[in-house]
Ligand binder design. Structure first.
Ligand SMILES: Cc1cc2nc3c(=O)[nH]c(=O)nc-3n(C[C@H](O)[C@H](O)[C@H](O)COP(=O)(O)O)c2cc1C
Length: 401
């Protein structure tokens, strides 16, 4: 898989794939752009509030096909940090319902990412240190909480030592995931994504570096995959047949003795058989940050994972990681490396990424995809700007290629 930077001029189609609708089960997406799941660390007791509505609402207004929440805990001890979203009680449903109603009313599909942090919980917000919650967090009344993991090994010095899950504990968490799926449906989400990457609970069962259990949830690859597959099976049974189920994977965890792309191919094949519709291909995260140590993050640095998984298993994938503009995203699709393109930080920089990509790729010169209260004005302004040769006129730059 080549990065766009190496081939800046390879052919862009006059009808870009990026803005071609895409169907999965009973859902049709208006385009192939997904807002990557990003934790805002701003929830109180897990609730979806006005702040989240405004935050995620921007991306629905901004033209994304899918708007995903960040990691949402299926049980309080499964939070990563104190500001995580949660869906462990029925009381969480109304806030999410309001959010999905808004997102869907602006033409995007609403996705909920469900997560259990495992041993990577009880962690400070990134800008508050990214370390274990300690006395300094008491000013916000934030205190450490008990964690669960395949083994009792802590994430690192000072971190809460997790309790090793026994069979009953494993079953309880599988039930928490299933209950979260039921609530997500009641809250109106169109897509559910299980967070199986970045070193959180599911990923930690998969990784031979963390999962050193000797029972049938550990050992060889099939033992280490058992928990992930049982979660998926249970979630699929509780999530409507017509609604797509995504799985976010760390395709490689970056440790020399760790989880490899070859393992992801085996897992993806089985996930597909268990009713997963798309693998959201990320990487890393065994420790604190998701970056793989000693790996330089270049544009499209994870696209090759989506490509390999897609080609070798036939399961749809999404590519994510330093995808910076519409042309780069379009090339990922044209090269057949992925079915969806997820945008993270570049969407924080530009919540209207999708609309701007459409302008750049020349598919929305009339600003029809914009909310009419803005699009009507921009379309009227266009001829004047064009006459002056100024940007913002909605003229396609593709014709120059
Ligand atoms: C602020 C922030 C929060 C994130 N939270 C999550 C999360 O909750 N779940 C997840 O799977 N990935 C999370 N990620 C990773 C992103 O989904 C994405 O994979 C990563 O940022 C790389 O894509 P980008 O280069 O487009 O930002 C987060 C990233 C950022 C920057």
């Amino acid at each position: 898989m080549s990065s766009c930077m190496e081939h800046p001029d390879i052919g862009l189609s006059p009808s870009p794939l990026l803005f071609t609708p895409y169907s999965l089960r009973g859902l049709e997406l208006r385009n192939r752009l997904m807002l990557a799941p990003m934790n805002q660390h701003a929830a109180i007791d897990g609730f979806a509030d006005d702040g989240l509505l405004v935050h995620l609402g921007k991306y629905a207004l901004g033209g994304f096909g899918v708007v995903a929440t960040g990691a949402t805990a299926v049980t309080p001890s499964g939070k990563i940090g104190p500001g995580d979203l949660g869906i462990w009680s029925d009381e969480h449903i109304p806030g999410f319902k309001r959010l999905t109603t808004y997102i869907r009313s602006h033409g995007a599909a609403a996705a909920l990412q469900i997560c259990h942090s495992g041993r990577k919980g009880s962690i400070q917000r990134p800008w508050q240190g990214f370390g274990p919650i300690d006395e300094s967090d008491l000013v916000r009344n934030e205190q450490p909480w008990p964690l669960w993991s395949p083994t009792g090994e802590a994430l690192g010095p000072g971190h809460v030592a997790p309790q090793a899950l026994d069979e009953a504990g494993i079953q309880r968490i599988i039930e928490d995931f299933a209950a979260a799926a039921v609530r997500a449906d009641r809250a109106g989400f169109d897509i559910l994504e299980i967070h199986g990457g970045h070193g959180y609970l599911i990923a930690s069962f998969l990784s031979p570096v963390i999962n050193t259990r000797s029972d049938h949830y550990g050992g060889d690859l099939s033992g280490r995959m058992r928990f992930a597959l049982e979660v998926v099976k249970s979630v699929r049974a509780h999530w409507p047949e017509r609604k797509p189920l995504f799985f976010r994977a760390s395709c490689v965890d970056g440790h020399p003795a760790g989880w490899k792309l070859e393992d992801t191919v085996v897992l993806a094949t089985q996930l597909k058989e268990h009713g997963v519709d798309l693998i959201d291909c990320s990487s890393g995260g065994l420790r604190i940050s998701t970056s793989i140590e000693n790996t330089q993050r270049k544009p499209g640095y994870q696209v090759a994972y989506a490509d390999e998984v897609r080609r070798r298993t036939g399961i749809p994938t999404s590519a994510v990681g330093l995808i910076l503009d519409g042309r780069q995203a379009e090339r990922v699709l044209q090269e057949g490396a992925a079915d969806l393109v997820a945008i993270g930080r570049q969407a924080l920089y530009d919540p209207y990424f999708a609309h701007h990509a459409a302008q750049d790729l020349g598919v929305d010169a009339g600003f029809d995809a914009w909310d009419i209260s803005a699009g009507w004005w921009l379309a009227k302004r266009r001829p004047g700007l064009a006459a002056l040769g100024l940007p913002g006129s909605g003229e396609s730059r593709i014709s120059n290629i």
